[in-house]
Design a protein around this ligand. Structure first.
Ligand SMILES: Nc1nc2c(c(=O)[nH]1)N[C@H]1C(S)=C(S)[C@@H](COP(=O)(O)O)O[C@H]1N2
Ligand SMILES: [Mo]
Length: 556
């Protein structure tokens, strides 16, 4: 019988991927609200449109739209008009994977297109931001999102030093990287202060006016270790606007600057009812087709405690452009999001900022809150990070050959001025715990992480689960499973860090003999799963065994 050239099938091309349980999100949503089940398919992208007339009507975009600083004052509506006068290609959704294995991982095409569409000086921001990345960051950085740039160091480099070298410090950006001329830059303080005024960088650096502050600070993005939440259940996705971070979105640096409290004092202090300070970043952030600055706020109580620094130096160098040159905020013990880079304005206000980054993002929701029912007021605004930790070596699915102890390395951190007091590891999935010896933890500090090392006792062989957890000085500790930490925004993955490792214990005679034989025969050990080529026993040994033992089956 002649075989047909093509199979007569009604299967879709990705049927097997769906069958494997890898792409259920590509199936229609089942609507069971009526008596019959209805299949809701994603709508096809319609043809892209562009209303040139509306776009022209806003005026000369090269004059209107400056790439940064207060470019959005009074011009937001025009930028919005330009963006809504056209449609954009749907951005890919990698939330359920597979996330591309490239570097840069994601390209951020939608963000690039929005910037280009607004035009004016924004046209070239994506390209020159990438040039800044290549100039300022380590060549081994993992570029999670090319634009806006988001990158973290690979595991082997995250904890290689207690103080993170600047080129290896993670970067979290919401827009382009401003290229600010410090001589044209100033910081203005206004809102509910007695004497609003502005300062040049030299004025802020004048030690006769403002005493210097120097602090070793760990900054952690609330998205650190988000990949574990993504791998468990998808959450807010769409080209992953909040970057698929692993454990590297944390870094430690020595910052030099001044306390924001002193500057507010210099402005004659706050006027009632001021209770919060709104912090303005200079770059353009585009969200929901609105153009704006990156704006968040911190409470006065935090400022009053001298825990909000205006910093111009990072590890003995002027702030790199990518980290906020010429001046950034460093909020001690809060999530990175509050430490505004490219700061140019501070406004004293009564309530926490209504700007979207403060009011609608960086919220921690209950697990039942998601796309179809969320309201911003349901979320807790994330400020201090809870205690957390992570294993940097070995890595999950790696095989480790050892003689009864597995050497593990990692970091531990707690927000809000608390610090890791004890780090514990388990080689049996979290049943029994060994403590990292105190001398194997780096020095403690109120605002810093501690990196650690341990020779973790492990007798067993085969697949094991190594777990790490930390206790801070308030005896807070980490939930044991990712599920307990999971939330739609995929923030604050503070659960105990779990990795699967294949343990090969050479202190066991059978294993040792076998490994020695591999060596004699010159057979490579890796990879673990390659087809077995060395017989486990000689035929004589096999026969010998059965002479000395009962047979497999019995007659009576
Ligand atoms: N102006 C501005 N400041 C910003 C951001 C930003 O996108 N724009 N990102 C914030 C977030 S979410 C984090 S985690 C930290 C990261 O700081 P880093 O890039 O210096 O590591 O910067 C914060 N400050
Ligand atoms: Mo962040």
């Amino acid at each position: 019988m002649e075989l047909p050239a093509e199979l007569d099938t009604t299967n879709r091309a990705d049927e097997w991927v769906i069958e494997q349980g890898m792409a259920g999100h590509k199936l229609p949503i089942l609507d069971q609200t009526g008596s019959d089940t209805v299949h809701l398919y994603p709508s096809r992208q319609s043809k892209l449109t562009k209303d040139e007339e509306v776009i022209e009507s806003v005026g000369d975009r090269s004059k209107l739209f400056a790439r940064e600083k207060d470019g959005w004052k009074g011009k937001k509506a025009k930028a919005h008009k330009v963006l809504t006068a056209q449609t954009f290609a749907q951005s890919p959704d990698f939330m359920f994977g597979p996330i591309p294995g490239t570097n840069p991982v994601l390209t951020g095409d939608d963000f690039k297109e929005w910037h280009q569409a607004i035009g004016g000086e924004l046209t070239s921001v994506a390209a020159d931001s990438w040039r800044t990345v290549l100039r300022e960051k380590h060549p081994d950085m993992l570029h999670l999102l090319q634009f806006p740039y988001n990158g973290e160091p690979p595991k082997r480099l995250v904890t290689s030093k207690v103080v993170t070298p600047n080129p290896l410090h993670f970067v979290r950006n919401h827009g382009g990287i401003p290229l600010i001329d410090k001589d044209k830059w100033s910081l203005s303080l206004d809102g509910l202060v007695n004497h609003p005024r502005s300062y040049t960088l030299d004025e802020l650096k004048d030690e006769m006016r403002f005493p210097r502050m120097e602090k070793l600070v760990t900054m952690q993005c609330s998205g650190t270790r988000r990949i574990e939440q993504i791998n468990m259940y998808g959450g807010q996705g769409d080209e992953v606007p909040q970057a698929p971070w692993a454990e590297g979105a944390i870094g430690t640096a020595r910052y030099v600057g001044i306390s924001l409290k002193k500057v507010i004092k210099d402005c004659g202090g706050l006027v009632r009812p001021a209770k919060h300070l709104e912090l303005y970043g200079a770059e353009t952030y585009i969200k929901d087709l609105e153009a704006m600055n990156y704006v968040v706020s911190v409470p006065w109580s935090k400022v009053k405690a001298n825990e909000v620094i205006l910093a111009w130096e990072m590890n003995g160098e002027p702030l790199p452009k990518i980290h906020g040159y010429p001046l950034r905020v460093v909020v001690l013990g809060y999530i990175g999001a509050r430490s505004v880079k490219w700061l140019y304005r501070i406004k004293a206000i009564e309530n926490p900022s209504r700007a979207p980054v403060q009011s609608k993002e960086y919220l921690y929701f209950n697990q039942q809150v998601g796309k179809y029912n969320m309201r911003p007021t349901d979320g807790i605004q994330i400020q201090e990070m809870p205690v957390s930790s992570a294993i940097m070596s070995p890595w999950t699915k790696q095989a480790v050959m050892h003689t009864g102890k597995i050497r593990c390395k990692g970091w531990a951190y707690s927000g809000g001025g608390r610090w890791p007091e004890r780090v514990e590891l388990s080689a049996d999935g979290g049943f029994t715990w060994y403590e990292v010896p105190p001398e194997k933890l780096s020095k403690k500090g109120r605002w810093t992480w501690r990196v650690w090392e341990i020779d973790l006792p492990c007798d067993v062989e085969g697949w094991i689960e190594i777990v790490c957890r930390c206790w801070d000085n308030s005896l807070n500790t980490q939930p044991l499973n990712v599920r307990a930490a999971w939330n739609w925004g995929l923030h604050v993955t503070s659960s105990a860090h779990r990795i699967k490792v294949y343990s090969i214990n050479k202190s066991r005679p059978v294993t040792k003999q076998r490994l020695d034989k591999y060596e004699q025969l010159g057979i490579p050990l890796a990879p673990l799963t390659r087809y077995e080529t060395v017989p486990g026993q000689s035929m004589e040994e096999y026969e010998q065994f059965w002479r000395e033992h009962d047979p497999r089956d019995v007659d009576d």
